[in-house]
Design a protein around this ligand. Sequence first.
Ligand SMILES: Cc1cc2nc3c(=O)[nH]c(=O)nc-3n(C[C@H](O)[C@H](O)[C@H](O)COP(=O)(O)OP(=O)(O)OC[C@H]3O[C@@H](n4cnc5c(N)ncnc54)[C@H](O)[C@@H]3O)c2cc1C
Length: 309
Amino acid sequence: MKNLKLLKDFIEAKDFEKYVLFNIRQLADYTTIKTGGSAVCFIEPPSLDILKDIFEFICKNNIEFNIIGNGSNILISDKGFDGAVISIKNIPKKLYSEGNYLFVSGNIEVPYLIKMCQEYQLSGLEFLNGIPGMMGGMVEMNAGAFDCSIGDKIKEIVIINGKGKLEKISSSDIKFDYRKISLKKKNYIIVEAIFEMKKESQKQIKDLSIKYLSQRNSRFLLDYCTFGSVFKNSDDYYAGELLDKCGLKGYRIGNAQIFDKHANFIINLGNSTSDNIYQLIKTMKKEVFDKFNIMLEPEVRFWGDFSNA
Ligand SMILES: Cc1cc2nc3c(=O)[nH]c(=O)nc-3n(C[C@H](O)[C@H](O)[C@H](O)COP(=O)(O)OP(=O)(O)OC[C@H]3O[C@@H](n4cnc5c(N)ncnc54)[C@H](O)[C@@H]3O)c2cc1C
């Protein structure tokens, strides 16, 4: 990792050792698929101020980094990630409303969000029920379901920029695409999202949240180690249908298996490696390309080196 010594010196000088671990965290423990090697450096600051301080240093010194939320949409190499992994899990959580606006910090998870939407009687985010992400990760992925995406409801977000400063970005300056967003800057951490909601009765919000949860085709997946959909759908096809037509349901490499109830999901049957999962993804891509001449685009994000997989 480039500038590792510099980072170590900075952490020591600032007395931040309690929040930074070098070479010891198995990133598998931080993902829902439960695979992946260690991080050269794992940073979990307790406050926004410390997060800003460390992030500014990382960006200034061109240190490679990745932000981790709930790890429900990433596949990390068995060799780990040769950079800094930053988690915002331990910064103080906040969720409050002002009129029809809902302010949600980046480390809030969906069950609490849904509960508070009911309490504040604010409707609009029920479709997220059942997605195992954190707010920051969900905004970054423009998470969605049932023809709704989180970007449709965002008024603005707050990021920490590469200079370590908080910056508000209005939704009109964010390009929301299918399962990704683009900002005008490269280095950022999403620390808050502000939503424009609609007043609704508690009962209505509760009923809708329950309806979405029971309808989601991945709800049975929550009992498995997985990262949800492997590939994106498009206007022209459902990736799961194409994969099913290739006869891939249940196909297995090592302990990684294509889910037998839905061909666009991979499950870790226990002690799978990321290499096995990556090989499975390559096979899925190839089979669909050979049969339909369609190149599927992964929804899952890859961290680290997969060159030998
Ligand atoms: C059972 C199951 C069901 C799922 N169902 C759905 C679904 O219906 N719809 C859907 O869209 N997705 C679904 N997913 C995928 C996943 O939950 C979403 O993509 C979610 O938005 C990822 O959030 P996360 O916090 O886990 O992000 P992570 O997986 O930790 O990270 C995802 C990406 O976001 C970046 N990131 C994370 N936090 C931040 C931050 N604070 N600032 C900047 N970047 C950040 C990461 O660097 C990474 O590139 C499902 C996953 C599972 C396991």
